[in-house]
Design a protein around this ligand. Structure first.
Ligand SMILES: [Zn+2]
Length: 379
């Protein structure tokens, strides 16, 4: 049994390109977008005409000719030019799958240069704390946290977000698959609409603070954008501001998820959550609240943080957890508006969500005993 497993992580940093570097980045993004669309056109043509597919490597070979003809920004690296072709190639398996399943396939679409916002380098350097990219230069990076010391950096992706620039390093770190430190308690977690999460200990965790205000500001900017004339300079300004607001909300959500999961995995040795079908829920009547709360993102972060910390994560099937009494097990029907659980049988009176969280914990513990061998990692 191996002691170490390699896991992939992404570390994101803000970068500050100079004006010249920014123009070079924009030129490379532009060209990458052109390559993407040209490669798509070629595949489209081959598919429509002869139902043939064009392979990634065939397109790589054609790229050699493009490079030999000196097209594209000067000094744009081969790896950066291959990136759009790779991305396009990744869009196809899903398409073929849909064709085979007989559902409406939806051919991969052409991309507009304005929305083509990121480019990945597999060859790059970090020198004197700057990110070195071929054809761009030495770009200043804000290292708000260090990269993990044992990491191997595989790629750097530069992304433009609402007029700001970021780089994401994709890296592999080895993590020890050691057994968790014993003696930490177990907890059940109920994700809710009123509170972000309720623990079986009775603690209620609110959603990200400042979130409500951020959403209000978002609405204000949305209205402003609508009022302004299409194609005008002022509309463009409002569009940029709106993108910033969206980014801000996304950041708040991420920050909240990271902090909360960190706290949970360091305090508990076993965490039980409901296996929510978030995509299903998001399509339903609770859609807005669900996407707002960002449960899917939270659960993803929780899963890998738990695995890293050696905390076990158990998912139990959802349903019935709020109706059952966590004290004696009888079913106590209640409406969505009933906030308090009152059991006529055993007399337990507790918060509705705390009751649900305790049921979730109990379900998890019973599963652990019956189906999971001790020491197995459920992640
Ligand atoms: Zn009861």
């Amino acid at each position: 049994m191996p002691d170490y497993a390699l896991v992939r992580r992404t570390y994101r940093y803000r970068i500050y390109p100079t004006v010249r570097q920014r123009l070079a980045l924009e030129a490379q993004l532009d060209f990458a977008c052109q390559l993407y669309n040209a490669a798509l056109e070629q595949r489209r043509y081959a598919w429509r005409g002869r139902h043939r597919s064009v392979s990634l490597y065939a397109q790589f070979r054609e790229l050699t000719e493009v490079r030999a003809a000196n097209m594209g920004p000067t000094e744009m690296s081969c790896s950066a030019m291959r990136d759009p072709l790779r991305r396009l190639d990744r869009a196809f398996p899903a398409f073929y799958r849909r064709v085979e399943a007989g559902t409406k396939p939806g051919y991969p679409r052409f991309r507009s240069a304005r929305r083509y916002d990121s480019l990945t380098w597999s060859g790059f350097g970090v020198r004197a704390s700057r990110l070195v990219l071929q054809g761009i230069g030495h770009v200043k990076v804000k290292w708000h946290r260090p990269l993990p010391p044992s990491a191997t950096i595989r790629t750097a992706t530069v992304r433009r977000v609402a007029g700001r620039w970021y780089t994401s390093f994709s890296l592999t770190v080895s993590r020890s698959s050691q057994v968790r430190p014993a003696g930490k308690p177990a907890v059940g977690l109920d994700l809710g609409v009123l509170h972000f999460a309720t623990l079986s200990t009775g603690e209620q965790i609110p959603g990200p603070r400042a979130y409500r205000a951020a959403r209000r500001r978002l609405r204000v900017v949305q209205r402003r954008l609508c009022r302004r004339q299409k194609g005008s300079h002022r509309r463009e300004k409002a569009r940029l501001l709106l993108a910033r607001r969206h980014e801000r909300i996304c950041n708040l959500r991420h920050d909240h998820a990271h902090k909360l999961t960190r706290r949970l995995v360091s305090a508990f040795g076993l965490i039980v959550v409901e296996d929510l079908n978030v995509r299903g829920l998001a399509a339903g009547s609770l859609a807005k609240q669900v996407t707002d709360q960002g449960w899917a993102a939270f659960l993803t972060v929780l899963e890998y943080k738990a695995a890293e910390a050696g905390t076990r994560l158990i998912r139990v099937p959802p349903g019935g957890t709020s109706q059952t009494c966590s004290g004696c097990g009888v079913v106590v029907p209640k409406l969505l508006s009933d906030r308090i659980h009152r059991c006529p049988d055993c007399g337990l009176v507790t918060d509705r969500d705390t009751n649900a969280a305790r049921n979730i914990l109990r379900l998890g513990l019973s599963r652990q005993a019956s189906t999971w061998p001790m020491g197995a990692c459920v992640a």
